[in-house]
Design a protein around this ligand. Structure first.
Ligand SMILES: Cc1cc2nc3c(=O)[nH]c(=O)nc-3n(C[C@H](O)[C@H](O)[C@H](O)COP(=O)(O)OP(=O)(O)OC[C@H]3O[C@@H](n4cnc5c(N)ncnc54)[C@H](O)[C@@H]3O)c2cc1C
Length: 466
């Protein structure tokens, strides 16, 4: 894009003469924006999604596409006993009670409705089997059969398109037009040639994610991740927060984020934490473990980054390799040459570059019925041949954002909600409390899909009532 403009607020009572109008405009065509667009079209409301890329992919397409939801039709059909309260408790427990309860409740209820409705519209959800992510008490990760965010996005785009949602790519929203009463009157968006076009709308939903791709904001707000690889989408540039700051909006948990302690390096791919939950371990370059890995993959990012060389080795064996090969990201990493194999502990030590006796002592601790000094309990030992993959800690996405009420309406610093401005997904405050260790696996898409659906329901209700 030529001469990309910084996000700004334009104060005006009306849009320029001749500006086209739409009832609802959505900024960003990731999973949040597309889910909201689908819900609005289902309610018979016209919507235009403005997306900076040629088509909406965002971090949603880079993700594994695992969406937690409870009491869904699919769970019930599989005989999985779950409840909204159980999921709410799991989210709150992982966040040490610091997540905004009104949002956790609203997202959990809304995610069930969204998944059930999207399933009826043809999305072939399955539930991830074989392991539980840290903090989840039952199997509730809803996924596409391919277990990728890109296939989730392809299907969401298809449904949105079939329902008649308009999605305009190569449209970077750079101006938010707001009147003296803080009522949004429209937006200005830049086209590839740099020209700004205008759109007037009755309601605006910010679905443009957080600030993980804005290195200056990461340095300011998440200094511990300033040097970490960012594995999300470059469009996570903090636009929503920059508008929020200019408008005097309230922010929540800006120091919260999802990290990942298993980012394959140098190949650059996600290695799922499933291998940890089923008995694998991480050792540093000295051949020593350094934390209870089962605490969670998000907080593991900082633990890994603080090891020598900012790396760790994921160590696992043949049964875990089989499990890992069911994940497309892992298969990609293996195809790129990341997998190393050793018959003996001595060979494994040569791969890690550590003292064989140290590594042997580390692996001797990994045995059924043993709880180590860091509090991790093991149910099995690792058997040769051993496998190893080098990883580092990465920043996946930010969890702080615009404060929103239980309908996803943004809130000013004086506590008042704005009449027609909504935020959801990564643009809004998340449900992970503070820091990195409050992130329960799936909180990202819970907020995006649950929040997008929720915001759309409220907007639809208001438009129908008008
Ligand atoms: C590697 C990886 C794996 C992950 N795995 C999971 C997982 O399995 N489960 C889970 O819950 N979470 C996961 N996450 C987190 C999850 O991807 C995000 O929380 C989620 O995708 C956020 O969705 P979103 O729609 O808010 O944002 P996005 O998907 O990032 O969409 C935002 C969209 O807005 C567009 N945009 C931005 N600014 C503008 C603008 N000014 N004008 C127009 N368009 C704009 C962007 O181009 C983008 O398309 C993962 C993240 C990563 C990086």
């Amino acid at each position: 894009m030529k001469n990309q403009k910084a996000p700004q607020i334009v104060r005006a009572e009306t849009m320029p003469d001749g500006t086209p109008e739409v009832p609802v405009c959505i900024v960003g065509g990731g999973s949040c924006g597309l889910t909201a667009a689908i819900a609005l079209r289902k309610a018979g409301i016209d919507v235009l999604v403005l997306e900076r890329d040629e088509s909406g992919t965002g971090s949603s397409a880079l993700s594994s596409g695992f969406i937690p939801a409870a009491e869904t039709r699919l769970q019930k059909s599989l005989g999985i006993e779950d409840s909204h309260q159980l999921l709410i408790d799991d989210v709150m427990n992982k966040a040490h009670g610091q997540a905004p309860l009104h949002l956790v409740k609203a997202y959990v209820l809304s995610a069930t409705e969204a998944i059930d409705e999207l399933e009826k519209m043809g999305l072939p959800f399955e539930i991830v089997d074989g392991f539980l992510y840290p903090g989840h008490t039952v199997r509730r990760m809803h996924t596409m059969p391919e277990k990728t965010g890109s296939t989730l996005m392809t299907r969401l785009a298809q449904v949105a398109n079939d329902l008649g949602a308009d999605i305009l790519g190569q449209s970077l929203v750079c101006e938010l037009w707001v009147n003296a009463q803080d009522h949004v009157v429209g937006v200005g968006y830049q086209r590839p040639d740099g020209a700004v076009e205008y759109l007037s709308c009755d309601y605006l939903l910010l679905a443009c994610n957080g600030f993980g791709g804005n290195s200056e904001m990461v340095k300011e707000l998440l200094p511990e991740m300033a040097n970490a690889v960012f594995a999300g989408h470059q469009g996570n540039d903090g636009t929503a927060i920059q508008w929020g700051r200019q408008l005097g909006l309230q922010m929540g948990d800006l120091d919260a984020y999802q990290g990942h302690g298993s980012w394959v390096t140098p190949q650059g791919a996600l290695m799922t934490w499933a291998f940890i939950m089923e008995g694998g371990v991480q050792v540093n370059a000295l051949g020593k473990r350094f934390n209870d890995e089962t605490g969670g993959y998000s907080e593991a990012a900082v633990h890994v980054l603080s090891q020598p060389g900012s790396i760790a080795w994921n160590i696992f064996d043949a049964p875990l390799l089989e499990l890992l090969r069911s994940f497309p990201d892992f298969r990609d990493a293996e195809a790129a040459g990341a997998l190393r194999t050793a018959i003996t502990v001595e060979d494994l030590a040569a791969i890690v570059g550590c003292d064989p006796a140290t590594l042997k002592a580390t692996l001797d601790e990994v045995r059924a019925g043993h709880t180590d000094s860091m509090g991790r309990s093991f149910t099995r030992s690792l058997q040769g041949p051993y496998h190893a993959i080098k990883v580092t800690g990465a920043l996946f996405h930010t969890q702080g954002g615009l404060e929103v009420d239980a309908q996803c309406r943004v809130v000013k610093t004086n506590g008042q909600t704005l009449s027609n401005l909504y935020a959801a997904g990564g643009a809004a405050r998340g449900v992970s409390g503070r820091g990195a260790d409050g992130y329960l696996a799936g909180n990202g898409l819970l907020s995006a899909v649950g929040g997008g659906w929720l915001a759309a329901q409220d907007i639809a209700k208001k438009l129908h009532a008008a």
